[in-house]
Design a binder for this molecule. Sequence first.
Ligand code: NAD
Length: 430
Amino acid sequence: MSTTKVLEKLSEEQKLEKESLNLFFSTQTVIKKALDKLGYSNEVFELLKEPIRMLTVRIPVKMDDGSVKVFTGFRSQHNDAVGPTKGGVRFHAEVNEEEVKALSMWMSLKCGIANLPYGGGKGGIICDPREMSFGELERLSRGYVRAISQIVGPTKDIPAPDVYTNSQIMAWMMDEYSRLREFDSPGFITGKPIVLGGSQGRETATARGVTICIEEAVKKKGIVLQGAQIVIQGFGNAGSFLAKFIHDAGAKVIGISDAHGALYNPEGLDIDFLLERRDSFGTVTNLFTNVITNQELLEKECDILVPAAVSNQITAKNAHRIKASIVVEAANGPTTLEATKILDKRGVLLVPDILASAGGVTVSYFEWVQNNQGYYWSEEEVDEKLRKVMVESFETIYQTSQAHQVDMRLAAYMVGIKKPAEASRLRGWV
Ligand code: NAD
Protein backbone atom coordinates (compact mmCIF):
# COMPACT_ATOMS: atom_id res chain seq x y z
CA MET A 1 0.00 0.00 0.00
CA SER A 2 1.35 3.50 -0.82
CA THR A 3 2.37 5.83 1.98
CA THR A 4 -0.45 8.23 1.16
CA LYS A 5 -3.03 5.40 1.31
CA VAL A 6 -1.66 4.23 4.66
CA LEU A 7 -1.90 7.81 5.93
CA GLU A 8 -5.52 8.11 4.81
CA LYS A 9 -6.50 4.97 6.73
CA LEU A 10 -4.95 5.99 10.03
CA SER A 11 -6.64 8.06 12.70
CA GLU A 12 -5.10 11.48 13.40
CA GLU A 13 -3.38 10.18 16.53
CA GLN A 14 -2.05 7.03 14.86
CA LYS A 15 -0.89 9.14 11.93
CA LEU A 16 1.17 11.37 14.15
CA GLU A 17 2.66 8.40 15.99
CA LYS A 18 3.58 6.68 12.72
CA GLU A 19 4.89 9.91 11.16
CA SER A 20 7.08 10.56 14.16
CA LEU A 21 8.68 7.15 14.00
CA ASN A 22 9.57 7.25 10.36
CA LEU A 23 11.68 10.04 8.91
CA PHE A 24 10.89 9.14 5.34
CA PHE A 25 7.20 8.90 6.02
CA SER A 26 7.11 12.23 7.86
CA THR A 27 9.08 13.97 5.11
CA GLN A 28 6.55 12.77 2.53
CA THR A 29 3.71 13.92 4.76
CA VAL A 30 5.01 17.46 5.07
CA ILE A 31 5.93 17.64 1.35
CA LYS A 32 2.32 16.65 0.56
CA LYS A 33 0.96 19.32 2.91
CA ALA A 34 3.30 21.95 1.43
CA LEU A 35 2.40 21.09 -2.18
CA ASP A 36 -1.32 21.18 -1.29
CA LYS A 37 -0.91 24.60 0.33
CA LEU A 38 0.88 25.83 -2.79
CA GLY A 39 -1.89 24.45 -5.02
CA TYR A 40 0.18 21.83 -6.92
CA SER A 41 -1.56 18.75 -8.35
CA ASN A 42 -1.14 15.24 -6.95
CA GLU A 43 1.04 14.41 -9.98
CA VAL A 44 3.69 16.78 -8.65
CA PHE A 45 3.54 14.98 -5.30
CA GLU A 46 3.80 11.60 -7.06
CA LEU A 47 7.07 12.77 -8.63
CA LEU A 48 8.54 14.41 -5.54
CA LYS A 49 7.46 11.91 -2.88
CA GLU A 50 10.41 9.58 -3.64
CA PRO A 51 13.95 10.04 -4.99
CA ILE A 52 14.24 9.60 -8.76
CA ARG A 53 17.28 7.38 -8.26
CA MET A 54 18.53 5.20 -5.39
CA LEU A 55 21.66 3.10 -5.69
CA THR A 56 22.65 0.42 -3.16
CA VAL A 57 26.23 -0.79 -3.37
CA ARG A 58 28.37 -3.47 -1.66
CA ILE A 59 31.93 -2.38 -0.94
CA PRO A 60 34.59 -5.01 -0.19
CA VAL A 61 37.37 -3.59 1.99
CA LYS A 62 40.66 -5.25 2.96
CA MET A 63 40.93 -4.85 6.72
CA ASP A 64 44.23 -4.44 8.56
CA ASP A 65 44.11 -8.02 9.90
CA GLY A 66 44.07 -9.39 6.34
CA SER A 67 40.35 -10.25 6.28
CA VAL A 68 37.86 -8.74 3.82
CA LYS A 69 34.76 -7.00 5.16
CA VAL A 70 31.89 -6.11 2.82
CA PHE A 71 30.10 -2.83 3.64
CA THR A 72 26.73 -1.62 2.34
CA GLY A 73 26.49 1.91 0.96
CA PHE A 74 23.76 4.04 -0.57
CA ARG A 75 23.45 7.07 -2.84
CA SER A 76 20.06 8.70 -3.27
CA GLN A 77 19.18 11.46 -5.77
CA HIS A 78 15.86 13.09 -5.06
CA ASN A 79 15.20 15.38 -8.03
CA ASP A 80 17.50 16.87 -10.65
CA ALA A 81 15.10 19.25 -12.42
CA VAL A 82 16.78 22.33 -10.91
CA GLY A 83 20.34 21.10 -11.52
CA PRO A 84 22.82 18.46 -10.33
CA THR A 85 22.00 16.82 -7.01
CA LYS A 86 24.00 17.64 -3.90
CA GLY A 87 24.36 16.21 -0.42
CA GLY A 88 26.63 14.65 2.18
CA VAL A 89 27.85 11.13 2.80
CA ARG A 90 27.31 9.73 6.28
CA PHE A 91 29.41 6.97 7.90
CA HIS A 92 27.33 5.49 10.72
CA ALA A 93 26.24 2.08 12.02
CA GLU A 94 22.57 3.09 11.83
CA VAL A 95 22.53 4.36 8.23
CA ASN A 96 19.62 2.79 6.34
CA GLU A 97 17.96 3.15 2.96
CA GLU A 98 14.89 5.07 4.13
CA GLU A 99 16.98 7.55 6.12
CA VAL A 100 19.23 8.22 3.14
CA LYS A 101 16.18 8.70 0.90
CA ALA A 102 14.56 11.12 3.37
CA LEU A 103 17.81 13.05 3.79
CA SER A 104 18.13 13.44 0.00
CA MET A 105 14.61 14.87 -0.05
CA TRP A 106 15.63 17.30 2.68
CA MET A 107 18.62 18.36 0.61
CA SER A 108 16.22 19.32 -2.22
CA LEU A 109 14.31 21.40 0.31
CA LYS A 110 17.47 23.02 1.71
CA CYS A 111 18.72 23.89 -1.77
CA GLY A 112 15.29 25.35 -2.59
CA ILE A 113 15.31 27.41 0.63
CA ALA A 114 18.81 28.78 -0.01
CA ASN A 115 17.97 29.31 -3.70
CA LEU A 116 20.87 27.13 -4.93
CA PRO A 117 20.93 25.65 -8.47
CA TYR A 118 20.79 22.06 -7.16
CA GLY A 119 18.43 19.23 -6.34
CA GLY A 120 18.96 17.04 -3.29
CA GLY A 121 21.21 14.01 -2.93
CA LYS A 122 22.53 11.99 0.00
CA GLY A 123 24.78 9.04 0.66
CA GLY A 124 25.70 6.77 3.50
CA ILE A 125 27.69 3.71 4.45
CA ILE A 126 26.73 1.33 7.25
CA CYS A 127 29.92 1.26 9.34
CA ASP A 128 31.39 2.41 12.62
CA PRO A 129 34.33 4.65 11.67
CA ARG A 130 35.41 4.88 15.32
CA GLU A 131 36.38 1.22 15.16
CA MET A 132 38.27 1.51 11.87
CA SER A 133 41.90 2.45 11.23
CA PHE A 134 42.93 5.34 8.97
CA GLY A 135 43.92 2.87 6.24
CA GLU A 136 40.61 0.98 6.45
CA LEU A 137 38.68 4.26 6.25
CA GLU A 138 40.66 5.33 3.18
CA ARG A 139 39.99 2.01 1.41
CA LEU A 140 36.29 2.22 2.30
CA SER A 141 36.03 5.84 1.02
CA ARG A 142 37.77 4.99 -2.26
CA GLY A 143 35.68 1.82 -2.69
CA TYR A 144 32.48 3.80 -2.22
CA VAL A 145 33.47 6.29 -4.94
CA ARG A 146 34.31 3.44 -7.37
CA ALA A 147 30.94 1.85 -6.61
CA ILE A 148 28.85 4.99 -7.22
CA SER A 149 31.08 6.64 -9.88
CA GLN A 150 28.62 6.18 -12.75
CA ILE A 151 25.91 8.33 -11.20
CA VAL A 152 28.03 11.08 -9.59
CA GLY A 153 30.19 13.92 -10.96
CA PRO A 154 30.61 17.70 -10.90
CA THR A 155 27.56 18.24 -13.15
CA LYS A 156 25.56 15.20 -11.95
CA ASP A 157 25.71 14.72 -8.20
CA ILE A 158 28.19 16.34 -5.82
CA PRO A 159 28.84 14.68 -2.42
CA ALA A 160 30.01 16.43 0.78
CA PRO A 161 30.75 15.59 4.44
CA ASP A 162 28.08 14.58 6.95
CA VAL A 163 28.04 12.66 10.23
CA TYR A 164 31.45 11.05 10.90
CA THR A 165 32.96 12.08 7.56
CA ASN A 166 35.46 14.94 7.22
CA SER A 167 37.74 16.85 4.85
CA GLN A 168 40.29 13.99 4.78
CA ILE A 169 37.62 11.58 3.61
CA MET A 170 36.52 14.13 0.98
CA ALA A 171 40.17 14.39 -0.19
CA TRP A 172 40.43 10.59 -0.68
CA MET A 173 37.09 10.54 -2.50
CA MET A 174 38.09 13.46 -4.78
CA ASP A 175 41.42 11.76 -5.54
CA GLU A 176 39.70 8.46 -6.38
CA TYR A 177 37.19 10.16 -8.67
CA SER A 178 39.96 12.17 -10.40
CA ARG A 179 41.96 8.95 -10.98
CA LEU A 180 38.92 7.20 -12.45
CA ARG A 181 38.19 10.09 -14.82
CA GLU A 182 41.90 10.76 -15.51
CA PHE A 183 41.65 14.51 -14.88
CA ASP A 184 41.66 16.62 -11.76
CA SER A 185 38.04 17.08 -10.60
CA PRO A 186 37.90 19.33 -7.54
CA GLY A 187 34.24 20.13 -8.33
CA PHE A 188 33.27 16.47 -7.81
CA ILE A 189 33.00 16.88 -4.05
CA THR A 190 32.87 19.70 -1.49
CA GLY A 191 34.16 20.02 2.05
CA LYS A 192 37.72 19.37 0.82
CA PRO A 193 40.87 20.64 2.55
CA ILE A 194 41.71 24.21 1.42
CA VAL A 195 44.87 23.11 -0.42
CA LEU A 196 42.77 20.76 -2.60
CA GLY A 197 40.21 23.40 -3.60
CA GLY A 198 38.18 23.63 -0.41
CA SER A 199 36.47 26.93 0.40
CA GLN A 200 37.41 29.28 3.19
CA GLY A 201 34.63 29.12 5.75
CA ARG A 202 33.30 25.69 4.66
CA GLU A 203 34.25 23.89 7.84
CA THR A 204 32.40 26.42 9.98
CA ALA A 205 29.54 27.12 7.53
CA THR A 206 26.79 25.06 9.16
CA ALA A 207 27.57 26.57 12.56
CA ARG A 208 27.70 30.11 11.07
CA GLY A 209 24.32 29.52 9.46
CA VAL A 210 22.84 28.26 12.75
CA THR A 211 24.32 31.28 14.55
CA ILE A 212 22.67 33.64 12.03
CA CYS A 213 19.33 31.83 12.54
CA ILE A 214 19.69 32.24 16.33
CA GLU A 215 20.41 35.97 15.83
CA GLU A 216 17.28 36.34 13.67
CA ALA A 217 15.11 34.19 15.97
CA VAL A 218 15.97 36.14 19.15
CA LYS A 219 14.93 39.37 17.35
CA LYS A 220 11.50 37.83 16.60
CA LYS A 221 11.13 36.68 20.23
CA GLY A 222 12.40 39.93 21.76
CA ILE A 223 15.28 38.13 23.55
CA VAL A 224 18.64 39.89 23.98
CA LEU A 225 21.43 37.63 22.71
CA GLN A 226 23.96 39.04 25.21
CA GLY A 227 23.71 36.69 28.20
CA ALA A 228 21.00 34.49 26.69
CA GLN A 229 21.32 30.89 27.95
CA ILE A 230 22.00 28.28 25.30
CA VAL A 231 22.08 24.48 25.42
CA ILE A 232 23.68 22.58 22.53
CA GLN A 233 23.29 18.83 22.02
CA GLY A 234 26.26 17.45 20.03
CA PHE A 235 29.82 18.73 20.03
CA GLY A 236 30.92 17.72 16.53
CA ASN A 237 31.45 19.96 13.52
CA ALA A 238 28.11 21.75 13.86
CA GLY A 239 27.79 21.87 17.66
CA SER A 240 31.36 22.81 18.63
CA PHE A 241 31.80 25.71 16.18
CA LEU A 242 28.34 26.95 17.09
CA ALA A 243 29.31 26.92 20.78
CA LYS A 244 32.36 29.05 19.91
CA PHE A 245 30.51 31.55 17.67
CA ILE A 246 27.54 32.04 19.95
CA HIS A 247 29.82 32.31 23.02
CA ASP A 248 31.89 34.95 21.17
CA ALA A 249 28.63 36.76 20.28
CA GLY A 250 27.97 37.18 24.02
CA ALA A 251 25.51 34.35 24.71
CA LYS A 252 26.08 31.97 27.63
CA VAL A 253 26.53 28.31 26.63
CA ILE A 254 25.30 26.44 29.71
CA GLY A 255 25.13 22.90 28.31
CA ILE A 256 26.82 20.75 25.69
CA SER A 257 26.81 17.02 24.97
CA ASP A 258 28.20 14.21 22.87
CA ALA A 259 27.30 10.55 22.34
CA HIS A 260 28.60 9.68 25.84
CA GLY A 261 26.72 12.26 27.91
CA ALA A 262 26.27 15.94 28.69
CA LEU A 263 27.91 18.74 30.68
CA TYR A 264 25.75 21.39 32.31
CA ASN A 265 26.57 24.51 34.31
CA PRO A 266 24.01 27.33 34.64
CA GLU A 267 26.91 29.77 35.19
CA GLY A 268 28.25 28.98 31.71
CA LEU A 269 30.79 26.44 30.42
CA ASP A 270 34.40 27.17 29.49
CA ILE A 271 33.96 26.67 25.76
CA ASP A 272 37.58 27.31 24.74
CA PHE A 273 38.73 24.70 27.28
CA LEU A 274 36.25 22.13 25.91
CA LEU A 275 37.15 22.90 22.29
CA GLU A 276 40.82 22.29 22.99
CA ARG A 277 40.06 18.88 24.50
CA ARG A 278 37.42 17.46 22.15
CA ASP A 279 38.60 14.65 19.88
CA SER A 280 38.07 14.48 16.11
CA PHE A 281 34.75 12.63 16.61
CA GLY A 282 33.35 15.45 18.77
CA THR A 283 33.78 13.63 22.09
CA VAL A 284 34.76 15.52 25.24
CA THR A 285 32.43 14.48 28.08
CA ASN A 286 34.40 11.24 28.65
CA LEU A 287 37.05 13.41 30.34
CA PHE A 288 34.62 14.46 33.09
CA THR A 289 32.86 12.72 35.97
CA ASN A 290 29.98 15.17 36.59
CA VAL A 291 28.13 14.09 33.45
CA ILE A 292 24.33 14.03 32.97
CA THR A 293 22.38 12.26 30.21
CA ASN A 294 21.49 13.80 26.85
CA GLN A 295 17.80 13.54 27.70
CA GLU A 296 18.31 15.42 30.99
CA LEU A 297 20.21 18.15 29.15
CA LEU A 298 17.41 18.74 26.62
CA GLU A 299 14.98 19.49 29.44
CA LYS A 300 17.16 22.00 31.29
CA GLU A 301 16.05 25.62 31.80
CA CYS A 302 17.43 27.79 28.96
CA ASP A 303 16.41 30.40 26.35
CA ILE A 304 17.63 28.58 23.27
CA LEU A 305 18.00 24.84 22.67
CA VAL A 306 20.04 23.64 19.71
CA PRO A 307 19.89 19.91 18.92
CA ALA A 308 23.06 19.42 16.82
CA ALA A 309 23.64 15.65 16.98
CA VAL A 310 21.19 13.01 15.75
CA SER A 311 17.51 12.65 14.81
CA ASN A 312 14.40 12.03 16.96
CA GLN A 313 15.64 13.71 20.14
CA ILE A 314 12.57 15.88 20.86
CA THR A 315 9.50 13.65 20.71
CA ALA A 316 5.93 13.63 22.07
CA LYS A 317 7.43 12.17 25.24
CA ASN A 318 9.64 15.12 26.19
CA ALA A 319 8.31 18.08 24.12
CA HIS A 320 6.10 19.21 27.04
CA ARG A 321 9.16 19.43 29.26
CA ILE A 322 11.35 21.50 26.93
CA LYS A 323 11.93 24.85 28.70
CA ALA A 324 13.54 26.80 25.84
CA SER A 325 11.45 29.42 24.02
CA ILE A 326 13.49 28.97 20.84
CA VAL A 327 14.56 25.61 19.38
CA VAL A 328 17.00 25.81 16.48
CA GLU A 329 17.50 22.48 14.72
CA ALA A 330 21.14 22.25 13.63
CA ALA A 331 20.84 18.45 13.25
CA ASN A 332 18.70 16.78 10.64
CA GLY A 333 15.34 15.68 12.03
CA PRO A 334 15.90 16.11 15.77
CA THR A 335 12.21 16.93 16.42
CA THR A 336 9.35 14.63 15.43
CA LEU A 337 6.22 16.05 13.75
CA GLU A 338 4.15 15.36 16.85
CA ALA A 339 6.69 17.23 18.98
CA THR A 340 6.70 20.10 16.45
CA LYS A 341 2.94 20.50 17.01
CA ILE A 342 3.37 20.46 20.78
CA LEU A 343 6.14 23.07 20.69
CA ASP A 344 4.18 25.26 18.25
CA LYS A 345 1.09 25.15 20.51
CA ARG A 346 3.26 26.13 23.46
CA GLY A 347 4.52 29.18 21.53
CA VAL A 348 8.07 27.88 21.11
CA LEU A 349 9.69 29.33 17.98
CA LEU A 350 11.12 26.33 16.14
CA VAL A 351 13.66 27.06 13.42
CA PRO A 352 13.50 23.88 11.33
CA ASP A 353 16.51 21.81 10.25
CA ILE A 354 16.13 22.47 6.54
CA LEU A 355 16.54 26.20 7.24
CA ALA A 356 18.89 26.22 10.26
CA SER A 357 21.47 23.84 8.80
CA ALA A 358 21.37 25.21 5.23
CA GLY A 359 24.67 27.07 5.81
CA GLY A 360 26.68 23.91 5.06
CA VAL A 361 25.20 23.30 1.64
CA THR A 362 25.30 27.03 0.84
CA VAL A 363 29.07 27.24 1.36
CA SER A 364 29.42 23.86 -0.39
CA TYR A 365 27.80 25.59 -3.34
CA PHE A 366 30.28 28.48 -2.99
CA GLU A 367 33.11 25.91 -2.97
CA TRP A 368 31.80 24.31 -6.18
CA VAL A 369 31.45 27.75 -7.84
CA GLN A 370 35.05 28.59 -6.86
CA ASN A 371 36.27 25.20 -8.20
CA ASN A 372 34.43 25.75 -11.48
CA GLN A 373 35.84 29.25 -11.99
CA GLY A 374 39.29 28.48 -10.53
CA TYR A 375 39.19 31.71 -8.52
CA TYR A 376 39.00 31.68 -4.73
CA TRP A 377 37.34 34.02 -2.22
CA SER A 378 38.49 35.20 1.22
CA GLU A 379 36.76 33.96 4.38
CA GLU A 380 35.18 37.42 4.83
CA GLU A 381 33.65 37.25 1.33
CA VAL A 382 32.29 33.76 1.98
CA ASP A 383 30.83 34.72 5.38
CA GLU A 384 29.23 37.86 3.96
CA LYS A 385 27.62 35.94 1.08
CA LEU A 386 26.44 33.27 3.54
CA ARG A 387 24.90 35.86 5.87
CA LYS A 388 22.91 37.35 2.99
CA VAL A 389 21.51 33.92 2.01
CA MET A 390 20.65 32.90 5.58
CA VAL A 391 18.99 36.18 6.58
CA GLU A 392 16.89 36.24 3.40
CA SER A 393 15.92 32.56 3.79
CA PHE A 394 14.96 33.04 7.46
CA GLU A 395 12.85 36.10 6.67
CA THR A 396 11.10 34.45 3.69
CA ILE A 397 10.16 31.43 5.78
CA TYR A 398 9.10 33.51 8.79
CA GLN A 399 6.89 35.68 6.56
CA THR A 400 5.44 32.58 4.83
CA SER A 401 4.61 31.10 8.22
CA GLN A 402 2.86 34.32 9.28
CA ALA A 403 1.02 34.82 5.98
CA HIS A 404 -0.28 31.22 5.80
CA GLN A 405 -0.67 30.80 9.58
CA VAL A 406 1.42 27.63 9.53
CA ASP A 407 4.35 26.53 11.69
CA MET A 408 7.92 27.32 10.59
CA ARG A 409 8.51 23.72 9.46
CA LEU A 410 5.60 23.70 7.03
CA ALA A 411 6.54 27.20 5.85
CA ALA A 412 10.11 26.00 5.18
CA TYR A 413 8.81 23.00 3.22
CA MET A 414 6.59 25.33 1.17
CA VAL A 415 9.53 27.59 0.29
CA GLY A 416 11.88 24.64 -0.30
CA ILE A 417 9.68 22.39 -2.42
CA LYS A 418 8.51 25.18 -4.70
CA LYS A 419 11.74 25.23 -6.73
CA PRO A 420 11.92 21.51 -7.68
CA ALA A 421 8.15 21.53 -8.27
CA GLU A 422 8.35 24.55 -10.60
CA ALA A 423 11.47 23.26 -12.38
CA SER A 424 9.84 19.84 -12.93
CA ARG A 425 6.70 21.52 -14.29
CA LEU A 426 8.65 23.86 -16.61
CA ARG A 427 10.70 20.93 -17.96
CA GLY A 428 7.38 19.32 -18.86
CA TRP A 429 7.85 16.36 -16.49
CA VAL A 430 4.50 16.91 -14.73
P1 NAD B 1 29.79 15.14 13.81
O1 NAD B 1 29.98 13.71 13.47
O2 NAD B 1 30.92 16.08 13.62
O3 NAD B 1 29.35 15.24 15.36
C1 NAD B 1 28.26 14.56 15.88
C2 NAD B 1 28.18 14.89 17.37
O4 NAD B 1 26.99 14.28 17.89
C3 NAD B 1 29.34 14.33 18.18
O5 NAD B 1 29.64 15.21 19.25
C4 NAD B 1 28.79 13.01 18.71
O6 NAD B 1 29.44 12.58 19.89
C5 NAD B 1 27.35 13.42 18.98
N1 NAD B 1 26.44 12.29 19.02
C6 NAD B 1 26.43 11.18 18.23
N2 NAD B 1 25.43 10.37 18.61
C7 NAD B 1 24.78 10.97 19.63
C8 NAD B 1 23.66 10.63 20.42
N3 NAD B 1 23.00 9.49 20.25
N4 NAD B 1 23.28 11.54 21.38
C9 NAD B 1 23.94 12.69 21.55
N5 NAD B 1 25.01 13.06 20.83
C10 NAD B 1 25.41 12.20 19.89
O7 NAD B 1 28.48 15.61 13.04
P2 NAD B 1 28.10 17.09 12.58
O8 NAD B 1 28.69 17.34 11.26
O9 NAD B 1 28.31 18.05 13.69
O10 NAD B 1 26.53 16.91 12.34
C11 NAD B 1 25.59 16.92 13.41
C12 NAD B 1 24.19 17.04 12.83
O11 NAD B 1 24.12 18.21 12.01
C13 NAD B 1 23.76 15.87 11.94
O12 NAD B 1 22.39 15.64 12.10
C14 NAD B 1 24.05 16.38 10.56
O13 NAD B 1 23.26 15.75 9.58
C15 NAD B 1 23.69 17.84 10.72
N6 NAD B 1 24.32 18.68 9.70
C16 NAD B 1 25.68 18.84 9.67
C17 NAD B 1 26.22 19.61 8.65
C18 NAD B 1 27.71 19.88 8.59
O14 NAD B 1 28.13 20.60 7.68
N7 NAD B 1 28.51 19.36 9.50
C19 NAD B 1 25.40 20.20 7.69
C20 NAD B 1 24.03 20.00 7.77
C21 NAD B 1 23.50 19.23 8.79
